[in-house]
Unconditional design. Structure first.
Length: 139
């Protein structure tokens, strides 16, 4: 009899987890498909954003359409570059953007949106001009 309770609780927890994580997973898949990256990398970025900013990011990406998904792509690229800002890594991400049909250059608007979402992940708004200059100078 106790096994029925254990199995029932496990099923309920599994269903609740699927329901709660459906929207972030959907956003991660959408962004991942845009630039041909596995969704779990985007999910880890959303987790690194923190609860509040991660929720804000997911809500904006899920409601906004193509324009917002494009900002999500650039946010992910900036997140990856902030983890490894080596010149070869920046060049690789720029080529990945170009292959996917995105402009490989980052402007103030794209960087501002990304740094806002990534603030809890360590992004500093005062570094935006420096980031843009370094990023755009590498071909």
């Amino acid at each position: 009899m106790i096994w029925y309770w254990v199995i029932g609780i496990a099923l309920v927890l599994g269903i609740v987890y699927k329901v709660v994580s459906a929207k972030p997973r959907s956003v991660a898949v959408s962004i991942g498909q845009k630039i041909n990256v596995k969704a779990h990398f985007i999910e880890s970025m959303i987790t690194a954003m923190g609860a509040q900013r991660g929720h804000m990011f997911v809500e904006h990406m899920s409601r906004g359409g193509e324009e917002y998904l494009e900002k999500g792509v650039y946010t992910f690229v900036i997140f990856e570059i902030s983890k490894n800002d080596h010149e070869k890594n920046i060049s690789w991400w720029k080529s990945k953007l170009k292959e996917s049909g995105f402009d490989p250059q980052i402007d103030e608007e794209k960087a501002e949106a990304a740094f806002t979402y990534l603030k809890d992940a360590g992004a500093d708004h005062s570094q935006i001009p420096n980031f843009i200059n370094v990023y755009n100078s590498i071909s």
